[in-house]
Design a protein around this ligand. Sequence first.
Ligand code: HEC
Length: 125
Amino acid sequence: KDKDAEWNRGAFLVQGPGHCGSCHTPRGPAFNEKGMDQSSKLFLSGGLLDGWYAPSLRQDPNTGLGRWSEDDIYAFLKTGRNGHGVVFGSMADAFNNSTQFLTDDDLHAIAHYLKALPGDPSRDG
Ligand code: HEC
């Protein structure tokens, strides 16, 4: 299926300069990220790194971003907070060093891309 330009921009930012998977994707025995893009169901499904749990960014309703709108995600990355919570732990570093400096278009593209990643009912208790 063809994806629109905003989706492609979001995919690039999340997989490339945003490094979102370095924290949000689970690691294998060789510390390898279990999935580098949307072709893996484990990509961005939640990871533990340096004692911080970075939750699923997929559309899991309970454990992921299923209940967040694109605007909720945008606000979180732009301002560090929204109606669902406030950045903390290593996400505060990602926010301080990276996401707050992205343009509005780029942040909307990231949100758009994340909203297109399906959840997995077997993960969502
Ligand atoms: C250095 C590790 C790290 C990086 C890099 C990182 N995150 Fe996070 N992220 C976390 C941690 C830890 C949390 C949980 C704490 C919190 O909610 O602030 C989190 C939380 C989040 C949340 C809230 C999830 C929820 O359910 O509460 C969103 C949305 C998010 N990150 C998006 C991103 C995006 C998009 C990127 C890439 C641009 C990214 N993160 C990069 C560590 C990271």
